[in-house]
Write a protein that binds this ligand. Sequence first.
Ligand SMILES: [Zn+2]
Ligand SMILES: [Zn+2]
Length: 118
Amino acid sequence: MVDSPGNRISPVPVEVGRANLHDVRVRWDDRHESLFPARDLRLLCPCAVCVSEDTGERILVPTQVPVGVQPLRIEAVGRYAIQVFWSDGHSSGIYSFDYLMENCPCPLCRRPVSPGNS
Ligand SMILES: [Zn+2]
Ligand SMILES: [Zn+2]
């Protein structure tokens, strides 16, 4: 599938932070809000240690991630991504806004995409 730039307005987070002990909240400028369970977000880490650069296959083993893993720090990376420093010492993951949006767990985004729209 090809994204046509200019045809798509990517929302930008206006606020990224801890919602509580176990969740990370991203508030978007389209007023939509993503609430990522911290561990799920950790498991989504897109860095080269967690995802094979050759195959795109996820090599991170979920059992290696502590159940109570938490983001210690969240920093903006340029104007397109955030970097999360995790309590398990992992911090190489750069989560682009698009990536976060794609993986937004809210019911609106989890709506099945209608087929035949290629
Ligand atoms: Zn990673
Ligand atoms: Zn959503």
